[in-house]
Design a protein around this ligand. Structure first.
Ligand code: PMP
Length: 353
């Protein structure tokens, strides 16, 4: 039998997403989902629309949703792009803007999808080191490059880079595309969206998966100069005109209009996060200063890997990254107050033997 076909399958190392366990019900703190349901307006709108329109293809331009996002951020509709989760928006961005010549820069400790896209698309990249306290040294991004991407707040550390420093990076690299992945920006950071009109090279990517509780519907978006958005549209329309389905668009539009619910839930998460961080520090944990809906923690005398396994045995799922520099840390998503009470109690029992 010819093995020719099997040799032609691309040898790529894909991204491994966090577990969605099926064996039992966990207190699930491993993939940074929002512990609260989406806005009641979202559920109502989906119910009202399940019998309508589904026979038809969705609007390929996603105009109504783009309009709602543009109005929320005070932009024009053609400064907004939407996609099937911000993972897709990021993938399209890599395809649209980055090449093989000089390297794309991103931090050593960061969202692990970036090197995956680079390897898939043959994009040259260089990872810039973080400082010992995991903060980002702006000057690392003054090295030769053909583009830059980093999350703000960073993942999985949760550390936020102040807007003035983000602006320095964007301004210094004015002739390159700089992407700020703001998946977690609503949990205490300040978005760089205010800089879009000043810097045509800046692309902001955000998601409805975290602060708007819609991870299951897959909606992400980008905001930037019209030319960048046009570049994204070209890539998208060369791959799939209908990346967002009708119900996802309706849901996202309702979610972004319900500011009251958004504020309530996001502030609740911030409050829980800060309380949990304080309690963990009291019992000997190092907790990085997080502006995201997760915390990054380590314990001097208890290996993170063991802690991960013991928590899992006791029904609590967190995230462990077996990666140089962070292999003694756990990333813990912020759940409800009650879930986090159970988490603190359990982890305290484990470390005190
Ligand atoms: N960027 C970062 C930094 C993330 O952590 C995630 C979530 N894993 C994403 C983007 C993608 O989120 P989504 O595709 O759900 O919008």
């Amino acid at each position: 039998m010819s093995k020719y076909w099997s040799n032609t399958i691309k040898d790529i190392e894909p991204y491994v997403p966090g577990e969605q366990p099926k064996d039992k019900t966990y207190i699930k703190l491993n993939t940074n989902e929002n512990p609260y349901p989406p806005s009641p307006r979202v559920i109502k709108a989906i119910k009202e629309n399940t019998n309508n329109n589904l026979r038809l293809y969705p609007d390929p331009g996603c105009d109504n949703l783009k309009e709602a996002i543009a109005s929320y951020y005070n932009l024009d509709r053609d400064q907004v792009f939407v996609g099937n989760g911000s993972d897709e928006v990021l993938a399209f961005s890599f395809m649209a803007f980055f090449d093989r010549e000089r390297p794309l820069l991103f931090p050593t400790i960061t969202y692990s999808f970036y090197p995956v896209y680079c390897r898939l698309l043959n994009i040259e990249y260089r990872q810039v080191p973080l400082q010992d306290d995991f903060t980002l040294n702006v000057e690392e991004f003054y090295r030769e490059n053909h583009g830059i991407i980093f999350p703000n707040p960073n993942a999985p550390t949760g550390i936020y880079l102040p807007l003035s420093k983000v602006e320095k990076i964007v301004a210094y690299n004015i002739d390159k595309v700089v992407i700020i992945d703001e998946a977690y920006i609503d949990f205490g950071g300040k978005s760089a969206v205010s800089l879009i009109d000043k810097y045509p090279n800046l692309l902001i990517v955000q998601t409805f998966s975290k602060s708007r509780s819609l991870a299951g519907l897959r909606i992400g978006f980008a905001m930037g100069n019209k030319k960048l958005i046009e570049g994204l549209n070209r890539v998208k329309n060369s791959i799939n005109s209908y990346t967002l389905d009708t119900l996802a668009m309706i849901a996202a539009r309702e979610a972004i209009k319900d500011d009251k619910y958004f504020e309530e839930t996001r502030l609740k998460i911030i409050k829980t996060r800060d309380r949990v961080a304080k309690n963990l520090r009291k019992i000997g944990f190092k907790v990085l200063d997080s502006r995201a809906n997760f915390i990054f923690i380590s314990h001097q005398s208890y290996p993170a890997c063991d802690l991960f396994n013991e928590l899992k045995d006791k029904g609590i799922l967190v995230r462990y990254f077996n990666q140089p520099g962070i292999s003694n840390y756990l990333r813990v998503s912020v759940g409800t107050e009650r879930e986090m009470d159970v988490f603190i109690k359990t982890i305290e029992e484990i470390i005190s033997g």
